[in-house]
Each structure stands twice: as structure tokens, then as C-alpha cells.
Design a protein around this ligand. Structure first.
Ligand code: ZN
Length: 67
């Protein structure tokens, strides 16, 4: 089973790869980015198709309040 960290507010997720240290950093970044939102750990199958995969680049993205 693949799990992911998902932000309910933004409907974005980041897949968790427990053995990948780079992924740990990405998860931390994801959590920091959505720190004031509601983040859950979920089964990827539950959110696939509903949530969008989060990207690592810090380029322009949807701003807060633009839900
Ligand atoms: Zn969020």
C-alpha cells in the first residue's frame, strides 16, 4: 500500500517513500508549505483522481484563498 501526505485544503498530495531520504525532505517541505492547513496521511488510492500531485518547484502556483 502506498501512502501519501495530503492537504485537504489545497487538494494536493505528496507520496511517501519511506526509504528515500530525499523524499523525507520533500515531505518536510510539503508540511511546511501547508502548515496552517489540514494535512493527513492517507492511502494513495483514496485520493488519487481527486487530489493533485504536489510539485517541488517553488514557481508560481495557486495562491491562498484561490480555492
Ligand atoms: Zn494546503
Amino acid at each position: 500500500m502506498v501512502r501519501a501526505r495530503a492537504c485537504i485544503k489545497c487538494r494536493e498530495y505528496m507520496v511517501i517513500h519511506p526509504d528515500n531520504p530525499i523524499n523525507q525532505v520533500d515531505i518536510k517541505k510539503f508540511e511546511r508549505k501547508h502548515t496552517s492547513h489540514t494535512i493527513m496521511t492517507v492511502d494513495l488510492n483514496e485520493i488519487k483522481g481527486t487530489y493533485a500531485p504536489s510539485t517541488n518547484n517553488d514557481g508560481p502556483q495557486t495562491t491562498d484563498g484561490n480555492v
